[in-house]
Design a protein around this ligand. Structure first.
Ligand code: EPZ
Length: 426
């Protein structure tokens, strides 16, 4: 089993190139099920979740070629519509094949993704929406078994009771090949949702309201789509994570190949903490507070464009170094504080009260062995390790490998002392 050893206290400097967004690449890969041609995708992040979804697509009969950050997928010969538990259990975003398979083939069986470390992660909103489009759905032996009337999914008016990123993506993809018009309200506004809508529009689907809460899709009635070449948008959470690495070490760090408007909420909070931010066309540079004092901040996570839940753990780590108390509230997931107990092992003063944490600030962190529990929690432990005195060993870093490309290499290029080591299974 791999672990990451970080020797804290090093100043960072220089530039880090941000990779393509995992959470955009995943729906894009699933959407190739709707394509009649071989699809070319650039700026693909080289992370485990991508490989997992490609493995699933391969099982369905698609063929693909991944070389570095370039991917070509041909799903025209998909000949199975069963997404097995063994793959789906390792990555709940596999649910993204449900809409495309059902709208193209009229039937599919997708294992229920089940929960994960951060919460129950239900998919009821996805299923209710598909039922409104005419799908017959049963849950049997842990599988979602879905089928449509003989003439496939029908356009419908759909309202999401809660904004759901993959829920919106699944339904837009399902509506793309449905018969007739689908009007979806209370859509998620994340940049990843915008990109998949743009890709389908460029593939010939009539879509209006892209980037708004109200999206109208006129389906092709079962005709497959001719995809254009695609470039994955930058990963806004990776960008925010590296800005926090510069922040927590009071260093000057530039993140390049980013879309600043996708990380505005994160930038706003860093500025509130007295960091100096320079915003370029495709880069953001962070520098320490002029007086060296990191200010405290209060945060409530919410849907885009508000402060992202995927940056919550990183800011819990960062605010341990603020001069006074910060309060961070998690509103999207019921169990997304798994990083807190590990940060406390490093000496952080944090109290959990229901869905809020109070971070006392001015914590002197001392290196120790800690354990990663989920993707973003593990990035919080990396940040803490960068500033903790001595050596921090982060175990179970397979969580990190799911969503951060070449993490130790990128950190070493910034001047961090970090290495990947083999340890006995913990
Ligand atoms: C996406 O997950 C992201 N994953 C998550 O990123 C991210 O944390 C989340 O959106 C919120 O921004 C991908 O895009 C692959 P939701 P998703 O459906 O779509 C509830 C990471 O670290 N809900 O927007 O699964 C749900 O429980 C990952 O990269 C239902 O109740 O999230 C949550 O409270 C972690 N029923 C809220 O809605 C449903 O059917 C938002 O979830 C669906 C969701």
């Amino acid at each position: 089993m791999d672990a990451l050893k970080i020797y804290g206290g090093k100043k960072l400097s220089g530039k880090v190139k941000i990779s393509g967004a995992k959470n955009s690449a995943l729906p894009i890969i699933a959407s190739t099920i709707l394509a009649k041609n071989r699809v070319k995708i650039e700026n693909m992040p080289n992370v485990v979740d991508i490989k997992t979804l490609l493995k699933l697509l391969g099982r369905l009969g698609a063929n693909y070629e991944l070389s570095g950050n370039s991917l070509e997928v041909d799903s025209s010969k998909v000949n199975s519509t069963v997404a097995n538990y063994d793959i789906v259990k390792t990555m709940r975003a596999s649910i993204l094949v449900l809409g495309p398979l059902l709208t193209r083939f009229g039937h599919c069986e997708v294992s229920l993704p089940g929960g994960c470390a951060i919460g129950a992660r239900p998919v009821d909103l996805h299923l209710k929406a598909l039922q409104k489009m005419g799908a017959e759905i049963t849950i049997d032996e842990g599988y979602i078994k879905a089928s449509t009337p003989k003439d496939g999914l029908q356009g419908a008016d759909i309202h999401f009771e809660k904004k759901s990123v993959t829920g919106t993506e699944n339904i837009v993809m399902a509506a793309a090949l449905a018969h007739g018009e689908t009007n979806i309200s209370n859509c998620a506004l994340e940049p990843e949702v915008v990109q998949i809508c743009e890709i389908l529009r460029d593939a010939g689907v009539e879509i209006e309201g892209i980037g708004t809460e109200q999206i109208r899709v006129v389906g092709t009635g079962g005709k497959l789509l001719q995809f254009q070449d695609i470039k994955v948008i930058p990963d806004r959470i990776e960008a925010g994570t590296y800005l926090c690495a510069g922040a927590i070490t009071k260093s000057t760090v530039k993140v390049s190949d980013v879309e600043p408007k996708h990380i505005q909420a994160t930038i706003n909070k860093l500025e509130e903490m007295n960091f100096k931010l320079e915003i370029g066309k495709d880069f953001v540079r962070i520098a320490p507070p002029e007086d060296g004092k990191i200010g405290s901040v209060d945060i409530v996570t919410a849907e885009f464009p508000k402060f992202p839940t995927d940056m919550q753990a990183q800011f819990v780590a960062l605010t341990t170094q603020a001069c006074s108390e910060s309060i961070i509230e998690e509103r999207l997931f019921e169990n997304r504080f798994m990083h807190v107990s590990e940060l406390q092992r490093l000496g952080a003063g944090i109290e959990i009260e229901k869905n809020q944490v109070k971070v006392s600030g001015s914590s002197e962190l001392i290196g120790a062995d800690v354990m990663a529990t989920d993707l973003r929690a593990s990035s919080a432990l990396v940040l803490a390790g960068l500033v903790a005195k001595g050596e921090t060993t982060i175990h179970r870093i397979y969580h990190l490998d799911r969503g951060y490309e070449s993490l130790e290499e990128k950190l070493r290029n910034l001047g961090a002392k970090v290495e990947r080591v083999k340890v006995d299974i913990l």
